[in-house]
Design a protein around this ligand. Structure first.
Ligand SMILES: NC(=O)c1ccc[n+]([C@@H]2O[C@H](COP(=O)([O-])OP(=O)(O)OC[C@H]3O[C@@H](n4cnc5c(N)ncnc54)[C@H](O)[C@@H]3O)[C@@H](O)[C@H]2O)c1
Length: 391
């Protein structure tokens, strides 16, 4: 194989990205678009007169013999069944985020991936960002010492009611399985464990449902986490604030890493001359606190984002590069999201990880059953340009 023949399932806003960037040769030469699938025939009209074969059922695309890989850009609930169907056919699967809506369905994909000869990839484009990669590297190196606190305020997701009205699946338990936690924040929720290199052990979350919009799912969340060593974490997100904040602070006994989107390409490290706990307990210590140095951390400056991650997926299939993202790790973000959701539904109850996945599914189904009819139903789509990539 010298090029990966791929099909796109779901030719909406994000699917369009994998179509346009291939047709305009933005992607590397490692791939060729051979097929497309959408249940909405209008979205397939763009391929009339081209070599791209079109399908209304994803199974037909997978069985066509025309694809080595499939990009899954449908609404979230469908990511796992389509990925699983592809992997079972030894077709490489590249899923849009999130890996799924609930952990139980993602586990089925992981099982299929473990048995498959094909690779399971996922669009965690934010993991390519130089600041996040550097933070992960420094924490793994022990530069911050023992973890004390992780704080992420990511509230610059302002969305209008018009956005929520732009698709009947959006912001419903049935169509999307959640709100800001599952649609806007999956990248940060993934980075929340990926950067630190460890999952918290429990969470308690306050979620407000339809606080700022006429929607049934959460659009405002404050969650507190606890880690194995007693460290704490806070994750705050909202689609109702403007202009909002995007600030990540990771504190350890040897220093603090600080990144704020206001200064997008700058990572600050407050490096302590001595471990703050050791300093505090050392009765011979002089001064009120350890000496401190403010360092602007040097990074490689690279952030290849969606294009880079997709190119890597194709290069990986061709054996040219190691895969950067293993789709199986997508389950951690789904687990964190499910934990926050479960706690929010139960008045901030403390939920331990791993969550009780049967309970989660039961309560999600209750929410679906009791869901309200969406006020506006239309499929006019919404231009997501500018709503992803940099956040
Ligand atoms: N990585 C990112 O930064 C990023 C950004 C935006 C969206 N996304 C993700 O991309 C996915 C799609 O979002 P979107 O904004 O493109 O939605 P969209 O509504 O614009 O497009 C979804 C498309 O899927 C089609 N579809 C639905 N069911 C299908 C089925 N059974 N088979 C084939 N096609 C089907 C719909 O007809 C529609 O054309 C979501 O999971 C979202 O989280 C990722």
């Amino acid at each position: 194989m010298d090029k990966v023949r791929y099909g796109v399932v779901g030719c909406g806003s994000m699917g369009g990205f994998y179509i346009k960037n291939r047709l305009e040769n933005v992607f590397s030469d490692d791939s060729v678009l051979t097929a497309a699938c959408d249940i909405n025939p209008d979205r397939l009209k763009q391929f009339e007169g081209t070599d791209v074969a079109v399908f209304e059922k994803y199974e037909d695309l997978l069985d066509s013999g025309l694809v080595d890989a499939v990009v899954i850009a449908t609404p979230h609930y469908l990511h796992p069944p389509i990925a699983k169907a592809a992997l079972e056919r030894n077709i490489h699967a590249f899923s849009e985020k999130p890996a799924g809506v609930y952990t139980k369905q993602v586990k089925e994909v992981i099982e299929a991936a473990n048995k498959s000869n094909a690779h399971y990839g996922i669009q965690f484009n934010q993991r390519t960002h130089h600041i996040y990669r550097k933070m992960k590297e420094m924490i793994a190196n022990g530069d911050i010492g023992e973890l004390q606190r992780v704080n992420w305020i990511i509230t610059n997701w302002y969305r209008t009611q018009n956005y929520y009205n732009s698709g009947s699946w959006r912001a419903t338990w049935e169509g999307e399985g959640g709100g800001v936690l599952i649609n806007q924040s999956p990248h940060q929720i993934d980075l929340f464990w990926w950067i630190v290199g460890e999952m918290p052990i429990e969470v308690s979350a306050r979620c407000s449902y339809g606080r700022w919009h006429d929607i049934e799912v959460e659009d405002d969340v404050t969650a507190t986490f606890r880690y194995k060593n007693g460290a704490t974490g806070v994750f705050i997100t909202s689609t109702g604030e403007y202009p909002g904040t995007n600030r990540l602070e990771i504190v350890g006994t040897k220093g603090t890493l600080l990144w704020d989107a206001i200064d997008y390409n700058t990572l600050i490290f407050y490096k302590l001359a001595r471990d703050s706990y050791e300093f505090s307990m050392d009765l011979e210590s002089h001064g009120a606190a350890p000496a401190l140095e403010r360092i602007v951390v040097e990074t490689d400056g690279l952030s290849t984002q969606h294009v880079g991650n997709f190119n890597n997926f194709c290069a990986g299939i061709l054996g040219k590069e190691p895969f950067f993202v293993d789709g199986k790790t997508g389950i951690h973000g789904v687990e964190l999201m499910n934990g926050m959701e479960l706690s929010g539904w139960n008045d901030g109850e403390t939920v331990s990880f791993p969550i009780d996945e049967e309970r989660y599914l039961r309560e999600l189904n209750e929410h679906i059953k009791n869901g309200k009819e969406k006020a506006v139903k239309s499929e006019k789509g919404f231009n997501v340009e500018g709503t992803f990539g940099t956040k």
